[in-house]
Design a protein around this ligand. Structure first.
Ligand code: HEM
Length: 299
């Protein structure tokens, strides 16, 4: 069936697929694979195509909230249970750089011991569920077409697309003090069941770390280590449910779902447990693939 602007309507009544979307996705995947392969040749080891720098990676416990609403008891949220998890705090830039440079922070949570088939062909028996989040609520472009234009020449794109430029400036200019006491968002919507949702991860307590007057190249790792050692960390994992396609669209991740349209609902608590987030550095940064840690919303 054909929808607005020639888009083809797919599975979900609010979800549309542009005719060339599979090709754009294939091109993006090929580009990412080529970049990782190049890294493997240049460095002798491969890093992630995005978020290669970790501030740290820790083991933790992810416990479903006993008070979560009954409509949300699906997938990993169905049972009253705790999962062992990994939490990796990262910087998004494709090349690792000083923490003093503008960047986005990421928080990837990987639950383990999750039964069921996964969507990635060569990982469909993985016993995991990943949630990927960054410390800004929205993407700076609306769809894959815009993303492709942005990737071709980011500076030219931002110079000619003011809204994308404003969002990128706000995201990359956001104050970064301590990766452990920041709110993170999924930006994009997901459909864990028949209902589209967005995720957010909110620290259980208010920020305490002062903005450092002198920032070192790795001050975010230093603050993460100090935080985990002085007071541990804890987060509420929450979802927002899609209400209607206009105010809470799934097709445009540059539009924030406002809390007055759809309030966040608590689903789980996640508590990192390790004190030394660098102990797992090789596993977290280089060993990924068959033996190490990698992340994808589809496994
Ligand atoms: C067009 C959109 C995107 C592309 C092409 C992309 C690509 C990637 C790639 C290739 C990786 C490396 C994965 C690995 O091997 O472990 C990655 C990591 C990551 N991405 Fe994205 N991403 C996109 C959108 C997003 C969005 C919307 C979020 C969440 C708000 C996000 C958050 C992250 C995080 C947190 C990591 C680090 C994962 C880790 O620590 O293991 N990305 N991304």
């Amino acid at each position: 069936m054909t929808g607005p602007s020639g888009a083809i309507i797919t599975l979900n009544p609010t979800e549309t697929l542009f005719p060339n979307e599979p090709q754009i996705i294939a091109d993006a995947v090929n580009q990412a694979v080529a970049s990782v392969e190049k890294g493997r040749k240049d460095l002798g080891k491969s890093m992630r195509d995005a978020h290669p720098k970790a501030f740290g990676c820790v083991r933790g416990i992810f416990t479903t909230d006993p008070n979560r609403p009954s409509f949300s008891k699906i997938g990993v949220f169905a049972p009253d249970t705790s999962y062992r998890s990994w939490v990796r705090f990262s910087a998004a830039n494709p090349v690792p750089q000083s923490d003093t440079k503008p960047d986005l922070m990421g928080m990837a949570i990987k639950l383990t011991g999750v039964p069921g088939n996964k969507l990635i062909d060569n990982k469909n028996t993985a016993q995991t569920q990943d949630f990927l989040n960054v410390h800004f609520p929205v993407f700076n472009v609306a769809n894959l077409q815009e993303f492709t234009g942005f990737l071709k020449n980011p500076l030219l794109y931002l110079g000619t697309h003011p809204r994308a430029a404003i969002l990128a400036t706000r995201a990359f200019g956001k104050k970064r003090t301590d990766p452990a006491e920041t709110q993170y968002w999924s930006m994009a919507a997901y459909a864990p069941g028949s209902q589209a949702v967005k995720y957010t991860v909110i620290p259980c307590s208010a920020p305490q770390t002062p903005n450092p007057s002198q920032k070192t190249d790795n001050y975010l790792t230093e603050n993460l280590i100090a935080h985990l050692n002085s007071r541990g960390a804890c987060y509420h994992f929450m979802v927002q449910v899609q209400k209607d396609p206009q105010s809470t669209p799934v097709e445009d991740p540059s539009i924030e779902w406002q809390q007055q349209d759809s309030p966040f609902v608590s689903m789980a608590t996640t508590t990192p447990q390790d004190k030394n987030p660098l102990a797992t550095k090789y596993f977290s940064d280089y060993g990924f693939g068959d033996v190490g840690l990698s992340s994808s919303p589809f496994m």
